[in-house]
Write a protein that binds this ligand. Structure first.
Ligand code: CP3
Length: 322
C-alpha cells in the first residue's frame, strides 16, 4: 500500500511520539527498520517500502528540511544564488544511515517479501525546494520554471544527479526495486511536462541502469492522465503506478505494454463497506488478468480504519480471477 508505514498505525504513533524530529527517524537505522517492518508484521504485505521520505534529498543537498506537526514539510525556500552553488558531493555520505537501514532490512525481511526503495522525482522535489511547502497548483514553482528556466534547469539537473547516486546506492544495499514518486506531475502543459517530468525521470532511469543494468524501476507520475499512455516508453520505467483518476479501460491499454500498479482511491479505504468492496472488485475485474500490483492510487490517509485495510487485503487475496 502506498505510504503503508505511517500515521494510521498506532504502533507508528507510539514510536513517533517518543522521538524527536521526523527526519531523525529516517536517519536512525534501528527505528527506520522497525517502522518499515511494522506493516509487514501486521498485514503480511508482499512488499516492504523503506521508511524514509522523498525530502531527504534536499536535506542531503544542504537545504535543511523540518516536518511540523499537522503542517507537513517546511523548507527554507532556495534562492537563485543557492541553486547555482548546489553540489552533490555530500549526498551519499549524508544518506549513509538509510543505506544501513536497507542492508539490515534485507537481512531481517522474510525472503518472499520484496524490499522497495524510492526517491522523489526532480519536479516534485523542486516544488518543495522553491516554495518551502506544498502550494495550491504549485503556482510559484510553475512560474519560476517558465520565467527563470536556466536556473530551474540547473536545480532539476542537480536533483537528477543526486537521485541517480541515491537510487544506485539503495539497490546496492538491498532494494530489489525502486519507485520514483512524482506526486505533483499533473500540473504541466505539454512542453513543461516533457522538460520537467518525463526527461528528468528518463535520465534517472538511464543513469541508474548504467550502474545497475537490470534495475527494476516503478514510475508514479500522479494525475498525468493521457500522458500515462507513453510514460513507460519515454522514461524507460518497468512499471507504472496509476492514480484513481484514469478510466480502467485506459489502464487496460497501459497494462498491455507492461505491469501496472494501483489504483484504488484511498478515500474508499476510509469509507469501507460496499464502497470499498466495489472499488476493489472494479480494479480486480478490469486488471487482474494482466500484470498487476494491487495498490492504492495515492498514499493512505492518516484517518484510515485498520479493519478496512484488513478487509481490503482479504478481498484481494480471496479473489479467484475472471
Ligand atoms: O510506507 C511508506 O511509504 C513510508 C515512506 C514514505 C514517507 N513518505 C514517510 C512519511 C514515502 C514513500 C513517502 C513519500 C512522500 N513524501 C511523497 C510522495 C508520495 C505521496 O504521498 O505523494 C511526498 C510528496 C512526501 C512529502 C511529505 N512527507 C509530505 C507532504 C508529508 C506530510 C503529509 C503527510 O502525508 O504526512 C510527509 C510526512 C511523512 N512522510 C510522514 C511519513 C510517515 C508523516 C510524518 C508524521 O507526521 O509522523
Amino acid at each position: 500500500m502506498m505510504r503503508q508505514a505511517g500515521r494510521y498505525l498506532p504502533e507508528y504513533r507510539t514510536i513517533r511520539n517518543r522521538s524527536g524530529a521526523f527526519l531523525d527517524l529516517c536517519y536512525s537505522p534501528e527505528k527506520a527498520v522497525e517502522l518499515t517492518l511494522q506493516p509487514i508484521r501486521r498485514f503480511g504485505f508482499d512488499a516492504a517500502i523503506l521508511f524514509s521520505d522523498i525530502l531527504v534529498i534536499p536535506d542531503a543537498l544542504g537545504i535543511p528540511v523540518i516536518f511540523k506537526e499537522g503542517q507537513g514539510p517546511i523548507i527554507k525556500p532556495i534562492s537563485i544564488d543557492e541553486i547555482s552553488l548546489l553540489k552533490v558531493d555530500n549526498v551519499l555520505s549524508h544518506l549513509i544511515p538509510i543505506f544501513e537501514t536497507l542492508k539490515e532490512l534485507s537481512i531481517q525481511l522474510p525472503s518472499e517479501t520484496t524490499l522497495l526503495g524510492f526517491c522523489g522525482a526532480p519536479w516534485t522535489i523542486a516544488t518543495y525546494m522553491i516554495v518551502g511547502h506544498a502550494t495550491p497548483n504549485q503556482v510559484p514553482t510553475r512560474l519560476f520554471a517558465l520565467e527563470k528556466t536556466t536556473v530551474f534547469q540547473r536545480l532539476i539537473d542537480v536533483i537528477t544527479e543526486a537521485s541517480i547516486l541515491y537510487l544506485v546506492e539503495q539497490i546496492k544495499n538491498g532494494a530489489e526495486a525502486v519507485q520514483i514518486f512524482d506526486s505533483w506531475a499533473s500540473l504541466l502543459d505539454q512542453d513543461q511536462m516533457n522538460r520537467w517530468c518525463i526527461e528528468p525521470v528518463r535520465r534517472i532511469v538511464e543513469g541508474v541502469r548504467y550502474h545497475v543494468p537490470h534495475a527494476k524501476i516503478i514510475g508514479f507520475p500522479k494525475g498525468i492522465g493521457a500522458y500515462y499512455k507513453d510514460y513507460r516508453r519515454l522514461t524507460g520505467v518497468n512499471m507504472v503506478s496509476l492514480d484513481w483518476g484514469l478510466p480502467l479501460s485506459f489502464a487496460q491499454e497501459i497494462q498491455k505494454k507492461g505491469p501496472v500498479q494501483g489504483n484504488l482511491d484511498p478515500l474508499r479505504l476510509i469509507a469501507g463497506g460496499k464502497v470499498l468492496n466495489d472499488g476493489v472488485d472494479m480494479i480486480l475485474e478490469s486488471l487482474s488478468s494482466g500484470p498487476l500490483v494491487f495498490n492504492l492510487g495515492h498514499g493512505i490517509m492518516p484517518n484510515t480504519p485498520i479493519d478496512h485495510v484488513e478487509s481490503m487485503i482479504k478481498r484481494v487475496r480471496d479473489f479467484k480471477g475472471n
